[in-house]
Structure formats: structure tokens, C-alpha cells
Design a protein around this ligand. Structure first.
Ligand code: ZN
Length: 242
């Protein structure tokens, strides 16, 4: 059922969105590798979630296990130090003058994708897959498709090679992201996302809610809970990948 003989590199944080796009890539590309970024996250729990999700996908989906290649981790702590926001220091989550939550690390996705493109060049990958989404989100300017179109052009020119930035979640609501996961891997994949993926900004895994683990109060937990509740109320439909 693979559509493309290409190799894809998935930006994989171990969260709900990136687990869904990893499944999307595994259903589509002949070979898939993952890359994560250590930019001084407050919580190693995110890094542990990456390992847990990859292991569960391999154990549960033999077809995908055959295509899932290496995992890469890139240290960009020097960049994280510039960002110095609520993601990496103990400050409260609040909005700045642009109306952006201070969980926003300025230009984070530009940096992630540029590092990923350099790695893709070395690994022979032609597709970068990211979970950026402009719907139902906090308005991060580097998540917009316009931004990514411009970056895709810059990377193609700057690396002198074919490169596509896939963003399968770009136009989906959070409820539709759950539906896409079900369409890709059924309730087995939904269960992996619920149990093993990690989204909470505070790194809290102490409590298990219907939508997964988290503090239940931070913006990331609220978004995940709201999307799950909407999808559940619709009768947990499955959405076919576009
Ligand atoms: Zn939380």
C-alpha cells in the first residue's frame, strides 16, 4: 500500500501530532526515518515518549516496522538558549505583546526544518514531514503553510536538490487529527497515541485522562482534550489520508 518509493524524514517529538504524521509517512513512503531535537526541553519525558511510541509502532504494525529506519537526535541547545521561554525555563505560561504564548520559541520550525534538510541530504531523503498546523492552533507564524512554502523554496535552492516539506495536518482540526490516526492505524494506533504519546507542556504524566496523560490545565493539554472530546462525541470517525 506504499504510494511512493521515496525516503522520508519525519520531525518526531513523541507528541500526538508527530505520532500521527509518523504513521502517515509509514503508510506512504518506502523508507521512513525520524529526527528529534534536544533544545533544552524542561522535560526528558518528551524524549522518552519518542522511544516508547517507536517501539509500540514496531510491535503493533509489522508492515510499518519493515519501513521504519533510524532515529536521529540533534542537539540544538544553543538555539534553545536564545529562545529562553516557558518551554525551557521555569516561567509561567503567558502571552507576549504579539499575542503569542511565551511557549513560542521564535523561529523554532525554521531551525528544525533546516537541520532536518541537512540530515535528509546525508540520508538520501527527499521528503520532510512535519506536524505543523494552522487550524485550531495558537497562531505560531512559523507553522503557517506560507512560511513553509518559502522555506521549501529556499532549501531547494540552497541545497540544490529536490526536497518537499509535507504537512499533512496543516488544514485539520484537532478532532480530525484523531480521525486521521484512526484512518491510518485503527483503534490500535489511537490507543498508542493515548497511552504513549506526550503533549503536556509541563511534562506531567501522573494522571490518565480519557485523552491521554497530562496535567489537564496547560494550553497543550486543553487543546488535546478538546479535540479528543469533539472526535469522541462524533462517534470516533476515521478520516482517510489525503
Ligand atoms: Zn499539560
Amino acid at each position: 500500500m506504499t504510494d511512493s518509493p521515496a525516503t522520508a524524514l519525519v520531525l518526531f517529538s513523541g507528541g500526538q501530532d508527530s505520532t500521527t504524521i509518523l504513521a502517515w509517512a509509514l503508510a506512504r513512503y518506502a523508507r521512513v526515518e525520524t529526527v528529534g531535537f534536544d533544545y533544552g526541553q524542561r522535560h526528558a519525558v518528551e524524549l522518552l515518549a519518542r522511544e516508547a511510541v517507536r517501539a509500540r509502532l514496531i510491535a503493533t504494525f509489522p508492515d510499518w516496522a519493515a519501513r521504519l529506519g533510524e532515529d536521529h537526535m540533534i542537539d540544538i541547545r544553543a538555539f534553545g538558549a536564545i529562545g529562553e521561554t516557558a518551554m525551557t525555563t521555569a516561567r509561567a505560561i503567558e502571552a507576549d505583546a504579539r499575542g503569542l504564548p511565551n511557549t513560542f520559541v521564535p523561529g523554532r520550525n525554521l531551525v528544525f526544518l533546516t537541520y532536518a534538510a541537512a540530515l535528509a541530504d546525508r540520508r538520501g531523503a527527499t521528503h520532510l514531514v512535519g506536524g505543523m498546523c494552522e487550524t485550531d492552533f495558537s497562531g505560531y507564524p512559523d507553522c503557517r503553510r506560507d512560511t513553509l512554502d518559502a522555506l521549501e523554496t529556499a532549501l531547494r535552492l540552497g541545497l540544490a536538490r529536490e526536497l518537499v516539506i509535507d504537512t499533512p495536518l496543516m488544514r485539520l482540526t484537532k478532532a480530525q487529527t484523531w480521525a486521521l490516526a484512526k484512518g491510518l492505524g485503527g483503534e490500535a494506533l489511537v490507543e498508542i497515541i493515548l497511552e504513549d504519546s506526550h503533549t503536556c507542556y509541563l511534562g506531567d504524566r501522573g494522571r490518565r485522562w480519557p485523552w491521554g496523560h497530562g496535567c489537564g490545565a496547560c494550553p497543550a493539554c486543553e487543546l488535546r482534550a478538546k479535540g479528543f472530546a469533539a472526535w469522541d462525541a462524533e462517534g470516533r470517525p476515521a478520516l482517510a489520508a489525503a
